[in-house]
Design a protein. Structure first.
Lengths: 120, 429
């Protein structure tokens, strides 16, 4: 099963992304912050991780760094889905190991197109 | 760093120290002492040098010195007056600053409370909109679920309809063929019935003819009986010679009687047979409704043909209707997905509201700093600064950045630069 792990402190974003991705045929697991995500990733092996940047506690870039410490996720694509658009933040995320950057609000079709590109 | 409060207090203390020198009594005593010292010095000098010229000169010098002291006294009195005014002004300014500082403290406290209320309201708005968004999405999810179930059902119906169409087409064809066969059978049966009716009529006619034959037999028997009677009479006349003939006549008479009885029985039998034949024939004719049945079946066949035609039209219309409904359902499902996508704006608004809250807190903090500066009579330095450039950098959303830029720069040239250098919304590294 093609599982996608969503990490966002916004219940709205988690629910809307879950609906769009499930409709596209993906299985979805959700975490409301980075700490919960790291705990869940100890047992789960998603095909793709989509995380927010600004979250209470650990932010998205720190989460990516933690995830990439685990060799299991060396090749797992990670997308940043955030309201931020600064180039400096993008570069920082890229250095941390992010695969791509999506600025909210993202059109459902565009989201699914990017996800299908990474998880065919 | 210059402490304005300390500086002001120092100035006031110096003025107070100089005020003692400006006291008129002190000044008069000092001038008297100085004049006496100069006069005594002049007398001593005259006595030492015993020269009248020096005495006049000393007197002039003493007079000039006394005048100088007088002018100095006047200047000091004027300066004293100015210092008093300055002291009063400084005291008033200090009082005003004390009041201002107190008011600033009060206002800062109120603004801080207001900021807390505003922050709570912003959090409340975020929570309410999030709950509403979740409810809305649940409703949209259910709608989408219903629509997709509808689409699935439509597709299944289309498949079933196609299968049923194939099956029903064969069934209808078979039914039509059977109906045709039945119609032909009824027509054939009708012909047979007509033949049977004619045959029955013929049999009845033949039976009627048998009646005539029995009448003939009965007539012959009657004639034979008469003949036998006449023969018996003639045999009696012939006496012994006619005795044998009388026997024959008797036998003929007996035969005639038997013939008559037989004719009666035959007639009875024929009558019975005719009645039975008539009853069954008429019954058969009366129950022969093949024509009506045929007409009914023909009508039924026509109705069935019409029904088949209507059904075929329905078959043609049904896929179009299902296709149309399927298209509408897919369109609605697409719009629902779009609406779900648009709900992301709740998260954007939440973050924007949080930014407003943070910037408002920064303003309140700046207000507090301002109050502290006034309270401590401190000179404003670089640390007292709300960096709008830093605020601009902290903005997380492109449109907010744009609004900030628009407010900060009214000329359009720089705006174009921003437009050109804007980062893409989707970027794969």
């Amino acid at each position: 099963m093609k599982t996608i792990h969503l990490v966002d402190d916004s219940a709205t974003m988690l629910m809307s992304m879950e609906m769009l991705l499930k409709r596209a045929g993906y299985d979805v697991i959700k975490s409301e912050n980075a700490e919960v995500a790291l705990t869940m990733l100890q047992t789960a092996t998603p095909k793709l991780i989509i995380t927010d940047l600004n979250m209470p506690g650990m932010n998205g870039i720190e989460l990516i760094k933690e995830i990439k410490k685990n060799s299991k996720f060396r090749f797992t694509p990670i997308l940043m889905l955030t309201t931020e658009s600064q180039q400096t933040k993008r570069e920082e995320a890229k250095r941390a190991g992010a695969t791509g950057w999506l600025v909210k609000p993202v059109e459902p079709d565009q989201l699914i197109a990017v996800v299908k590109q990474l998880v065919p | 760093m210059i402490n304005l409060r300390e500086t002001g207090l120092e100035v006031i203390a110096r003025l107070r120290r100089s005020q003692r020198l400006n006291n008129p009594t002190v000044q008069a005593v000092l001038l008297s002492v100085l004049g006496a010292v100069f006069a005594l010095s002049g007398v001593v000098a005259v006595n030492i040098f015993t020269s009248a010229q020096f005495s006049v000169g000393v007197a002039v010098v003493c007079s000039l010195v006394t005048s100088a002291f007088w002018i100095g006294k006047q200047l000091l009195t004027s300066e004293n007056s100015n210092n008093a005014e300055l002291e009063q002004a400084l005291a008033e300014a200090n009082d005003y600053l004390d009041m201002t500082s107190a008011q600033l403290h009060t206002t800062h406290k109120q603004v801080d409370e207001y900021a807390a209320i505003l922050g709570g309201q912003i959090d409340g708005i975020s929570n309410i909109t999030e709950e509403a968004s979740v409810d809305l999405m649940s409703a949209l999810y259910q709608i989408e679920e219903v629509i997709h179930n509808g689409i699935d059902n439509i597709e299944m119906s289309q498949r079933n309809t196609a299968s049923f169409k194939e099956e029903s087409a064969a069934e209808i064809e078979d039914a039509n063929q059977r109906l045709e066969e039945i119609t032909q059978l009824i027509h054939s049966q009708q012909e047979h019935d007509k033949a049977h009716t004619a045959a029955i009529q013929e049999v009845l006619g033949e039976i009627d003819k048998l009646k005539e034959l029995t009448e003939l037999v009965k007539n012959i028997a009657f004639q034979t009986n008469l003949l036998a009677l006449n023969a018996a009479i003639e045999a009696a006349r012939a006496g012994d010679y006619g005795r044998g003939f009388a026997v024959v006549a008797e036998q003929v008479r007996t035969l005639s009687s038997q013939s008559s009885e037989a004719a009666e029985k035959i007639e009875t039998g024929i009558r019975s047979a005719m009645e039975t034949a008539k009853v069954h024939g008429e019954k058969l004719l009366s129950t022969n409704q093949s024509q009506e049945t045929c007409e009914l079946l023909t009508s039924f066949s026509g109705s069935l043909a019409n029904m088949t035609d209507h059904y075929r039209r329905l078959e043609e219309f049904s896929p179009r209707m299902l296709s149309c409904f399927s298209g509408v359902a897919k369109d609605i499902a697409g719009k629902v997905s779009g609406a779900i996508g648009k709900i992301q704006f709740q998260d954007i608004i939440r973050q924007r509201a949080e930014n407003v809250k943070l910037e408002h807190e920064a303003l309140v903090s700046l207000f507090g700093q301002f109050s502290e500066y006034i309270d401590g009579r401190k000179a404003f330095d670089d640390s007292f600064n709300l960096s709008t450039a830093e605020m601009f950098e902290k903005y997380v959303m492109e449109d907010q950045r744009r609004i900030h830029f628009d407010l900060a720069n009214s000329d359009g040239e720089k705006r174009e630069v921003v437009e050109e250098t804007r980062e893409p919304k989707i970027e794969l590294f």
